[in-house]
Write a protein that binds this ligand. Structure first.
Ligand code: ZN
Ligand code: ZN
Length: 288
């Protein structure tokens, strides 16, 4: 009982000291603030840099713990990741790279930031293309157990023609639950002429929520000459948001001699950022 009174008294004393001398004691760890390693918030209160970092990693509210004043310096990591992901979807890649870098400065092992920034360095969107940095980031995310990082690391190996290593990593991503891993394995099987196996992977991708599976199943039917079925699957892919489906549908229309419709579809795919569409358009313009 006496002990509990002592602790209460002690806690009250600490709180009083902090309130009286907010510049000398950190209100997160209750330890003395010395010259270096401290951070002053916009409200004027000072905290340890490392305490701020921990607070942001473990879901802070973005407000000063002493006066509840909102501060950008306290934005939780989770919020930064959400902002970065939104930027990526909107193709605001410079902003996405900045936000992901900010997260990694606070927590270098953050798998979501590793994935976002790794993809940007691989593709050269929003940053200068840098396969070495991409490798480091994706490998870091993969070592944290991130399935998509494994798949994207496979894509990076594929960029350099190391297809066996790529397939190994797609399989790793797939086994950890990334439907993109299954999709990429399907594309490999299709290129190797293993249609049945490819179809199984594409179906698995569709069931896992990757609409690219529809498009590629369409592509298998396209190759086999079942154009009506191919068209139906391309439309399914497009309806589910897979832009490449538009390019494939455009190419199908071109082969059917409907050049005007082909150009319309390919131009739309081009505007939506599919690089394959630009290639197809060039081909049409060369011939026309
Ligand atoms: Zn502290
Ligand atoms: Zn404050």
């Amino acid at each position: 009982m006496e002990h509990s009174n002592d602790s209460t008294t002690e806690a009250v004393t600490v709180v009083e000291t902090i309130l009286q001398h907010p510049d000398t004691i950190c209100c997160i760890c209750f330890e003395v603030l010395s010259g270096s390693g401290c951070q002053r918030l916009s409200c004027g209160h000072v905290l340890h840099e490392k305490c701020v970092r921990e607070m942001r990693c473990f879901g802070a509210v973005g407000r000063c713990p002493l006066c509840r004043h909102a501060s950008d310096l306290l934005t939780p990591i989770q919020d930064l990741i959400e902002q970065a992901s939104t930027c990526r979807v909107r193709d605001a890649n410079v902003e996405c790279a900045q936000l992901a870098s900010e997260v990694l400065a606070l927590d270098p092992t953050n798998e979501h930031a590793n994935l976002l920034l790794g993809e940007l360095y691989r593709s050269g969107q929003g940053v200068h293309k840098d396969p070495c940095k991409a490798f480091e980031l994706l490998e870091q995310g993969r070592s944290q157990g991130n399935a998509r990082c494994a798949t994207q690391l496979g894509v990076l190996y594929g960029d350099f023609g190391m297809n066996n290593k790529a397939k190994e990593l797609y399989e790793e991503g797939r086994l950890r639950g990334d439907s993109r891993g299954a999709l990429n394995l399907g594309v490999c099987a299709m290129e190797e002429g293993q249609e049945q196996q490819a179809k199984e992977f594409f179906t698995e991708a569709v069931l896992g929520g990757d609409a690219g599976g529809y498009t590629y199943i369409g592509s298998l039917h396209d190759r086999a000459g079942d154009l009506l079925i191919a068209e139906a699957f391309y439309k399914l892919g497009w309806l589910h948001g897979h832009v490449q489906a538009l390019s494939y549908l455009g190419a199908l229309r071109r082969d059917q001699g409907q050049v005007e419709e082909a150009v319309r579809l390919l131009e739309l795919a081009c505007q939506l950022g599919d690089p394959d569409a630009a290639v197809e358009l060039c081909e049409i313009h060369k011939q026309g």
